[in-house]
Design a protein around this ligand. Sequence first.
Ligand code: SF4
Length: 395
Amino acid sequence: MHHPSSTPDDDSGVLFGLDALGPGPADADQRPSFRPSFRDSAAARRLLPVREILAEPAAAASPRGRQVIARFPEARVTTVESHWRIPGLHGNEGNVDRWVRIKGETLVLGEKKTLATRPNGRSADWIAPGTSNGCAMACAYCYVPRRKGYANPVTVFTNIDRIVAHLARHVARQGPKTEPNQCDPESWVYDIGENGDCSVDALICDNTADLVHAFRQWPTAKASFATKFVNPDLLALDPRGRTRIRFSVMPPDDSRLLDVRTSPVAERIGAAADFLDAGYEVHFNLSPVVVRPGWKDAWTALLSHLDDVLPTRVKRQAAAEVIMLTHNRELHEVNLGWHPRAEDVLWRPELQQAKRSESGALNVRYRNGVKREAVETLRTLIDRHAPWLRVRYAF
Ligand code: SF4
């Protein structure tokens, strides 16, 4: 999972055993001309067969908004007052069955009003203001959409120029990084994809391209985003080493069950060398780690696969984040409506503890002992099967 700062671990709240709670409430413009854009391909259209665009008026009138609307000429454009709380779209009521369909067929255009860069320190030094919110994929464990309700398609923020200008000022204020840390020895790392997947956003518009291009002018900073989607259009963006792409990987059996609509894991791994050769730094997110019967063997096979297929040049610069599964009672209830089999592995009260967040949500993670042992196990497996893979952090 890619969204480093919004994990339930960040919410302050009281820890207690999950089973003590009783039953919950139902509760690129520089593309070489010989390569046609992937985003115009049938495969891209299958992921995003957009039929409806809900747009704030200013967002629709902006250059980026007009670009998006022009890309989907068949889509009906409807004006909305705010990209927040769109009746009939956000929230889960009545939408469970349509959830996955909405994610591909609907887009929202809005303007990001408050621009703030927040410190992180784990996945990245900083979390940049996202240029989107929501995702066309539908991973069963994803907590990105929880603030808008889980039936949440991509909202594209059209004021990309303001976002880039905000980042330019922030980067300038930091000056050079003088102390190396695990985020990066030399550069300030900015996560640009906290609330979505930048590879999918690049199917919709040039926000991702604009950020990649901005970061290559800033020698003290580096962009970083995690992804579960292989978008070959990104290969043409010429990031010059200033963008780190983190391919999320998990055992293919888990992925087939949980990562709905994403690129297959083997394809993500298979793309690593191409992205390195195109100028990206390529890391891996081992996430989420789902403890289930057979998980150790499955991760052993995955690590051996990485060791077998990745060329030395990828291994030499690779690093990994290890992130244990977190979950959420409300998401659990929603998933029971559309993908109950996923909950067999995601919702494991005997292994998990819950924490009430400030907003009242009930977030769930592995009990301390379970988590500690699992992280240790995974570190041992990495040492044995993929010793070249430096673990940047594990939690
Ligand atoms: S790919 Fe999309 S649905 Fe999956 S975890 Fe990331 S943001 Fe969520």
